[in-house]
Write a protein that binds this ligand. Structure first.
Ligand code: C2E
Ligand code: CA
Ligand code: CA
Length: 687
């Protein structure tokens, strides 16, 4: 059987072996991998024999024949020699004189000269040959009418690609449909141009098998024009997928860490260089973090190096999974990782990035032991441009910060700059505590009364969040609401407030107090969050409360850049019966006409105006104008921050409907509200 014999595909001008089959091992003692890419010198008995064979075959190739055979001695890997016969099929000969050949070798030791094949390969032997090489052999013809078909198509690959040779013969597109569209275009235009020029094709194209596997094929062919005008392309498609994958893998290894699959240090540095250039151009900030595993030594001691490696891989996976897009992660060396963090536009973003880094160590690691391993990391941070403005300096700064963090087991991270380290640490701690306080529902609403200016009665309450501390003190919202906004916690605070206010309303009415509407503050970020509607439904409506009892206070920032979306959310909530106040009015830029198109019911005049109405004639006019316009579009007006009887009198005069401020009461705990109200009524009614 021909298929049991060695077959080589050799690039002629270099004599490099492009492909060979497994039979080379039996006859020559070499594994195919040992031969691929090398020239055929090692298969000849001497260098002289190799060179004279080259000359001899060169002469043969100048002749008209596409096939020839010759006999000579060859050499095995172990140095022994044997007589052989070579059948050589020329595959391609393009203008530069390059030739690829398929060379079929037969070991003649112990063979009788009677069974030697003659000149040329018959179709049967061509078929057998084609089945031994990785790829396919084809003959494509274009008849005088310009119609193409295959008259011959066979090879391992034809089966692997699931091509039905009979169908494909008549319809070459069945083969071409499996090709990557770009490559297909290339090959089709090569066929067209070689048909005209008679030159050869030597192209690498990609195929996809029906199961989705990708193949790389090198297509080598040259057209011959027959007397009647028919054009024939005899050719070979050599499967070079393995070679391509090896190349791709080699390229991948050059810039990745073998163990974890993350980028390696060199590639990370190259990334940072590019990132700094871009950051410089767009005035952006970049932060580098250097993360070193604490307790690696113990893990190695207990679990051996394989355990240590497994740990590093798990850490790499977690970092890769948790860090946001745009971050770049590398393993620098040993147990040290480098991370480029995105800093959106404030330091809050950096704190979030740091949290994410640390959260990769929250859960224990599974090292195949009964007890999962708890490890943590020390983190050093350096920032561009504050700490350094070149890649080298930045790496040096982050290494210093990282070292310092690692030496102090009590700190999780260390900034290049000490002061910043301290500020960030406090901020980070506050964020941690706030998260916990939200989870444990420690935050609670205090209520500030709103008083009608016509009769002095209670018309509503504003819920203001307070964070009670273990020592009995309260943290005021100014100390944590801005942070909550930055780190995305305001939605959770808003929901908690809705829940607590709903609960207080229930308690009040269960205790026989006639409730008044309560305004709940809704931050800009919380408002943009579509979950707000759901939160309102769950925390208020599903608790059986009248939606008229809890309304939402929005500031201008909620809709300033965001009018359409704001209107959509407001309309949706309005449809559920929710009403809105516009808070801090006058501090932003919104025109009243703009507001009149949104479903606001109440306008709250900011306390900075109220503070000045008595002293500043100009402010007084502004407020007067505001009140007049707001009244014409039917808004109910509440003045904030009223501290004195004079301010109250002035505001009443100007047409404000209600007021709120320390003059009446600061915000009080829910339980105090009914008593406060009773005292007010008593004063008004004189009983
Ligand atoms: P705001 O919505 O303008 O709330 C009014 C603030 O003015 C409250 O401060 C209140 O205690 C204070 N205030 C009331 N009357 C007077 C007065 O006569 N004079 C002076 N100088 N101040 C007065 P607080 O409670 O510290 O809240 C500050 C801000 O925090 C609020 O301003 C609001 O923007 C925000 N905030 C409060 N609670 C929440 C909440 O539950 N969610 C959200 N997103 N923000 C809240
Ligand atoms: Ca408010
Ligand atoms: Ca306000």
């Amino acid at each position: 059987m021909l298929g049991d014999n060695p077959v080589f595909v050799v690039e002629w001008h270099t004599r490099r072996i492009l492909a060979c089959n497994d039979a080379v091992t039996r006859v020559f003692g070499f594994n195919p991998e040992e031969l691929l890419g090398h020239d055929t010198r090692c298969l000849h008995v001497s260098d002289t024999a190799f060179e004279s064979f080259a000359l001899e075959s060169e002469a043969l190739l100048q002749s008209e024949h596409n096939t020839y055979h010759c006999r000579y001695r060859m050499r095995r890997k172990d140095g022994s020699e044997f007589p052989s016969e070579n059948l050589v099929q020329v595959i391609h000969d393009h203008e530069e004189g390059r030739v690829a050949v398929v060379s079929f070798v037969r070991d003649l030791s112990g063979c009788d000269s009677a069974d030697l094949p003659g000149h040329g390969l018959g179709l049967d032997s061509a078929h057998a040959l084609s089945m031994t090489i990785p790829g396919a052999v084809f003959r494509r013809i274009r008849d005088v009418h310009g119609n193409d078909r295959y008259t011959y198509l066979a090879g391992q690959l034809v089966d692997e690609l699931g091509i039905d040779p009979d169908a494909a013969r008549e319809d070459p597109s069945r083969v071409f449909n499996l090709m990557e569209p770009n490559d297909r275009q290339l090959l089709e235009s090569a066929i067209q141009s070689t048909a005209r020029s008679g030159s050869g094709i030597d192209l690498v194209v990609r195929f996809h098998s029906p199961s989705g596997k990708q193949y790389w094929l090198r297509i080598i062919s040259r057209p011959t024009q027959l007397g009647d005008g028919t054009i024939v392309w005899d050719g070979l498609a050599i499967d070079i997928t393995g070679e391509k994958q090896a190349q791709a893998h080699a390229a991948w290894l050059a810039d990745h860490d073998r163990l974890t699959g993350l980028l390696n240090r060199a590639e990370f540095i190259a990334h940072i260089e590019r990132a700094l250039e871009a950051a410089h151009k767009h005035s952006q900030q970049i932060a580098l973090a250097r993360l070193a595993v604490r307790g690696m030594f113990k893990v190695n001691e207990k679990h051996g190096l394989p355990g240590g490696d497994a740990l590093l891989c798990q850490i790499a996976d977690r970092l890769d999974d948790t860090l946001p897009e745009g971050s770049i992660i590398a393993r620098s060396h040993g147990d040290v990782f480098l991370v480029k963090l995105e800093i959106p536009d404030n330091d809050g973003g950096l704190a979030a990035g740091l949290r994410t880094l640390q959260s990769a160590f929250d859960a224990p690691f599974d090292l195949g032991d009964l007890n999962p391993a708890h490890v943590s990391a020390s983190i050093g941070i350096a920032r561009y441009p504050e700490d350094a403005d070149t890649t080298d300096d930045l790496l040096r700064a982050v290494a210093l910060a990282g070292d310092r963090a690692h030496k102090h087991p009590e700190v999780d991270y260390e900034f290049y700059d000490r002061e910043i380290s301290e500020a960030m640490r406090q901020r980070f701690q506050l964020e941690d505590r706030l998260r916990q306080a939200i989870a444990e529902e420690q935050l609670e609403p205090y209520y500030q009364p709103q008083i009608s200016l016509s009769d002095g009665r209670l018309v509503g309450l504003e819920a203001l969040v307070r964070w009670p501390q273990a020592d009995g003190s309260l943290i005021m919202p100014g100390a944590f609401i801005p942070l909550a906004e930055e780190v995305g916690l305001s939605g959770r605070i808003g929901r908690l407030m809705l829940r607590r206010v709903a609960h207080d309303l229930h308690t009040w009415s269960a205790n026989g107090w006639t409730t008044v509407p309560v305004a709940v503050n809704c931050s800009a970020r919380q408002f943009r969050d579509t979950k707000l509607v759901r939160a309102y439904e769950q925390e208020v409506l599903e608790q059986g409360l009248d939606p008229g009892l809890i309304h939402l206070e929005l500031t201008e920032t909620s809709f300033i850049d965001n009018y359409d979306n704001a209107k959509r959310i407001m309309d949706q909530l309005n449809g559920l019966g929710v009403t809105f106040s516009i808070d801090d009015f006058g501090t932003g830029f919104s025109a009243l006409s703009y507001l009149s198109r949104l479903p606001f019911r109440v306008l709250k005049i900011d306390r900075s105006f109220v503070a000045e109405i008595l002293d500043e004639a100009h402010q007084r006019n502004v407020v007067q104008g505001l009140i007049q316009m707001a009244s014409t579009i039917g808004l109910y007006i509440i003045a904030e921050g009223v501290e004195t009887a004079e301010q109250e009198a002035e505001l009443r005069c100007m047409g404000s409907d209600a007021a709120q401020g320390f003059y009446y009461s600061p915000a009080l705990p829910a339980a105090d509200i009914p008593h406060w109200h009773a005292a007010l009524s008593k004063k008004l009614d004189g009983v």
